[in-house]
Design a protein around this ligand. Structure first.
Ligand SMILES: Cc1cc2nc3c(=O)[nH]c(=O)nc-3n(C[C@H](O)[C@H](O)[C@H](O)COP(=O)(O)OP(=O)(O)OC[C@H]3O[C@@H](n4cnc5c(N)ncnc54)[C@H](O)[C@@H]3O)c2cc1C
Length: 321
């Protein structure tokens, strides 16, 4: 983590409330396209990467009530509109990324900025089984906890024993998993807190079998999903008893283009940024898919990805509101 806050430029543009001696990185006017897997998104006023928990606590204790805060991991489930965001985006990678594998206890103590794929690999190599599905989730543990990320029958919250959270005043809380209600790609728990770490509980098993399973799951993904193209994974939630991909495909939308955005021909629930598309292209294509699936099947698809920010600030005639 670079010590950007010690550079006068970081402090110069009117961020008077920053406490001195912060050790993380603060970027101003940072394009969110650099922090989302769709590679789109306008600028955020401030993008902050704390060096560690203490740095984050000090930042939060100083941040005024009026400053909008948003958290992101790898932006692998985020559509940030082209006009960007007001306030500060906080990202725990690469400051909080420790992964402590306690194989004999059947536990992993992990920071929320750690990549899911790394947790899955280290767990299976250590003979802890059940987290293999996380290998294909290209986000952080914080994002996986928020989204209750899941795949191939596994779900993040089925592994969680406890979490560590932080509130807006910078206070850390230890919470048991039973304080949260996890559902399909969602979780509800104590309000106004964000994840800084978790304790995962896994069963002991055979390391070779677990790593083999992990490789199989990745191979299945590579065969069925447009891995390597800019996307956010599945765009829509599966409606009860149906598959969004099948509804989209049978509505004749595979390969549908709008600007630089395209409904993947490999997996109809993926929209890829095929050709320098904007967030506006992607959002317009999301809406087109919703309209067409409603007309053809009478089913209202709901986005799984989180859509944030404002449309083009130029269109709105001014700076980020
Ligand atoms: C190719 C591809 C394949 C995918 N496959 C899957 C899959 O199989 N299963 C699946 O469930 N998802 C999948 N996804 C979607 C995505 O990877 C997951 O939703 C992931 O959990 C998001 O993690 P992230 O760290 O990138 O979070 P982000 O996209 O950065 O953020 C997602 C949400 O989490 C919040 N958040 C992030 N960090 C924190 C924190 N520390 N505290 C509180 N809130 C936080 C953000 O505010 C936001 O609301 C896929 C995406 C891609 C691109």
């Amino acid at each position: 983590v670079t010590d950007a806050l010690s550079r006068p430029a970081a402090l110069a543009r009117g961020v008077g409330w920053l406490p001195s001696g912060l050790r993380g990185e603060l970027l101003q006017g940072e394009p969110m396209s650099r922090h989302t897997t769709w590679r789109v998104g306008g600028p955020v006023e401030r993008f902050y990467r704390p060096a560690d928990r203490l740095d984050l606590s000090r930042f939060l204790a100083a941040v005024p009530e009026s400053e909008p805060l948003y958290w992101c991991g790898f932006g692998s489930n985020l559509l940030v509109r082209d006009g960007g965001l007001r306030g500060t985006v906080i990202c725990l990678h690469p400051g909080l990324v420790a992964i402590d594998i306690r194989a004999t206890e059947g536990r992993i103590v992990v920071d929320a900025g750690a990549p899911c794929a790394r947790v899955a690999r280290l767990a299976s190599r250590a003979g802890l089984v059940g987290a293999e599905f996380l290998a294909g989730v290209p986000g952080t543990i914080g994002g996986a906890l928020t989204m209750n990320a899941g795949a191939h029958g596994g779900e993040t919250w089925s592994l969680v024993a406890a979490v560590e959270t932080i509130d807006r005043s910078g206070r850390i809380h230890q919470r048991a998993a039973c304080q949260y209600h996890a559902g399909y790609r969602s979780v509800v728990g104590p309000p106004d807190e964000w994840f800084v770490g978790a304790v995962l509980r896994l069963a002991s098993g055979d390391a070779r079998a677990a790593t083999g399973r992990l490789r199989d799951l990745l191979a299945r993904r590579a065969a069925s999903q447009p891995i390597g193209r800019p996307s956010c994974g599945s765009v829509f939630r599966n409606p009860p008893g149906a598959h969004a991909a099948a509804l989209i495909e049978s509505a004749g939308l595979k390969g549908q283009r709008l600007g630089g955005a395209e409904v993947s021909v490999k997996h109809a629930n993926f929209i890829i940024n095929a050709d320098g598309g904007s967030a506006n292209d992607i959002e317009a294509l999301i809406q087109l898919v919703q309209r067409r699936v409603l007309e053809v099947h009478g089913v209202a698809l709901e986005p799984e990805c989180r859509i944030i920010g404002v449309a083009d600030s130029a269109q709105q005639g001014g700076p980020i509101p």
